[in-house]
Design a protein around this ligand. Structure first.
Ligand SMILES: [Zn+2]
Ligand SMILES: [Zn+2]
Ligand SMILES: [Zn+2]
Ligand SMILES: [Zn+2]
Length: 223
């Protein structure tokens, strides 16, 4: 079930693909007059609908809604907070061959993130986010739609749907894994249950908790 997720608007469960279809109609229903649609007296302006998934681990996915005014650095902050942040690494978006970096280098013609997402991206466009240029976690993003109103007006970036946490089995005894060893995960031997974690030769202090994130088991990521 790791690939399914729940719609934040109606609570129904769909696969990632099914969710994309479902959100189109569910959003329409939930942008009720007075709540979100500015044409009908709602206070909120329109927004962008986007999908995010792990580039190498697409079983981790999100559908987001965000105001037109959202700038790249706000999206970066959001992604850090929900999925990525371990020790304040640099990050960058790659959009149509341009780099938007938390610490832009003029030598490489990089830009900063103080720019409105809406001004540089249109529906259907894909782009990339990279967190940490050493042990990188790469995310694939896509602008799904421009909506005339938002289901969650007044809020900043909001989760419309998110994958349910995948369950992993211990690589040693097949029980439910609760820890991951970053060293041993390179050899496909990193998932550990409670018991096997206690006697793991790398030492318990090395181990990281299992988290619902494409950065699980990387650097110091603890969820
Ligand atoms: Zn729904
Ligand atoms: Zn780190
Ligand atoms: Zn075990
Ligand atoms: Zn280990």
């Amino acid at each position: 079930m790791g690939n399914s997720g729940k719609c934040a608007l109606c609570g129904r469960v769909y696969t990632k693909r099914g969710m994309s279809r479902h959100l189109k109609s569910c959003l329409k229903k939930n942008m009720i007059p007075g709540k979100g649609d500015p044409a009908k007296g709602g206070q909120a302006g329109g927004g962008l609908i986007l999908s995010v998934e792990g580039y190498d681990d697409p079983q981790y996915w999100l559908y987001l809604e965000m105001p037109f005014e959202t700038e790249l650095y706000e999206l970066d902050q959001f992604l850090r907070q929900i999925w990525l942040e371990c020790c304040g690494h640099m990050s960058a978006f790659k959009i149509r061959g341009n780099y938007y970096n938390t610490a832009p280098s003029s030598e490489w013609d990089e830009k900063d993130m103080d720019i409105c997402v809406h001004s540089i991206l249109s529906p259907g466009e894909r782009f990339i986010h990279v967190y940490d240029f050493g042990s990188s976690t790469v995310l694939a993003l896509k602008i799904i739609d421009l909506a005339p109103a938002r289901a969650f007006p007044g809020e900043e970036i909001t989760i419309l749907a998110r994958n349910t946490a995948p369950q992993y089995r211990c690589d040693y005894c097949n029980s439910i894994a609760v820890k991951i060893c970053p060293e041993c995960s390179f050899d496909g031997k990193g998932w550990l249950c409670e018991k096997c974690a206690e006697k793991h030769p790398c030492g318990e202090e090395m181990l990281l908790p299992v988290a619902n994130s494409p950065r699980v088991g990387v650097c110091g990521y603890s969820g």
